[in-house]
Design a protein around this ligand. Structure first.
Ligand SMILES: [Zn+2]
Length: 325
């Protein structure tokens, strides 16, 4: 019961308190890639904790504990005692339902999101192939449109799209910055990162962690692509390029260079660049790794303790009880 309670409390704290503490923090803008990882880890850790809390409640039920004891070479009684709950079989059933409900909801929403994204991208790609003009030298599809805009349609059949308005507005250096921004999205698979964040936000729309993580990850992915472009073309050139295409529209399934966060990103690019130090990045990465491992350590601790027992609570050798069932 203690294990399940600890895991459940941990999941609730992550889902409610963590997003309030982390939303819009300055260090994430100085290391957007780490920021993306931290938001992803928090989501994965909260989900893992919720599922494991449910499973921990069902461990004392006979079938689960005997199978688990055999697997771990531990005494069934010792194992069941470690995870004992006052609710007995009812609590075990509630736990199993909780774990299955969380897993089922995530699987359903992720599957639905992936199918929808794939369908919308294919439809847009077919339109692009009809009305766009390939520019092999730049590796882009050129669209005849006055509005300066640039975006990439990610995935296996990726397309980078730029309008004639953008080609007229941007000089070579700024155009290279825009293209580097789009290539960064594709190289770092920001589409997959965003699809996962969107799926979790749809699966649990009332949970602040997933709702805020979706917006924060989208913002940080743009900043990360800006940084890659700035490393190639310079921060001021990238800022000027962003300004030129900021108002450009893009389909919902695409990743654009402009968008609603453009003004804040431009301000960030023209300020003196202060990337997060290596030590702080290492500390942040370590904290993320601990957060990811914590639910597994909490749920696995009592099982590990049971495997260390040579005798069952009634004095029978553990191996004997496990094998004599
Ligand atoms: Zn972008």
């Amino acid at each position: 019961m203690i294990v399940a309670a600890v895991l459940f409390t941990y999941a609730v704290l992550l889902c409610t308190l963590a997003p309030r503490l982390l939303r819009g923090v300055q260090w994430a803008e100085r290391a957007p890639r780490l920021g993306i990882v931290v938001w992803q880890v928090l989501g994965a850790s909260a989900l893992t904790a919720a599922v494991l809390a449910g499973l921990a409640l069902s461990v004392p039920t006979v079938r689960v504990s005997t199978d688990l004891a055999e697997l771990l070479q531990a005494c069934v009684m010792a194992l069941a005692a470690q995870y004992a709950t006052p609710g007995g079989a009812s609590a075990g059933a509630v736990g199993a339902v909780l774990a299955l409900a969380v897993l089922g909801r995530v699987a359903w929403c992720t599957g639905a999101a992936l199918l929808r994204i794939r369908r919308e991208r294919r439809a847009h790609r077919e339109v692009l192939d009809m009305v766009g003009r390939p520019d092999a030298a730049r590796g882009v599809i050129v669209l005849d449109h006055e509005e300066p805009a640039a975006y990439c349609l990610p995935g296996r059949h990726r397309r980078t799209v730029i309008t004639t308005g953008a080609l007229r507005t941007l000089d070579d250096d700024r155009l290279e910055a825009v293209l580097a921004h789009e290539r960064a999205h594709q190289a770092e698979r920001h589409d997959a990162v965003l699809a996962w964040a969107q799926a979790l936000a749809r699966a649990f729309p009332r949970v602040p962690l997933f709702r805020i993580a979706e917006a924060e990850i989208a913002r940080l992915a743009e900043m990360r692509a800006d940084d890659v472009a700035a490393a190639r073309s310079g921060r001021l050139t990238t800022a000027a390029a962003l300004l030129a295409v900021a108002a450009g529209r893009a389909p919902a399934v695409a990743l654009s260079a402009g968008g609603s966060t453009a003004a804040r990103r431009v301000r960030r690019l023209i300020k003196p660049h202060r990337p997060l130090g290596r030590l702080r990045v290492a500390a942040g990465s370590l904290t993320a790794a601990v957060a990811l491992a914590l639910p597994l350590l909490v749920v696995g601790g009592p099982a590990a303790a049971a495997t260390q027992m040579n005798y069952c609570p009634d004095g029978t050798p553990a191996a004997q009880v496990t094998t004599m069932r």
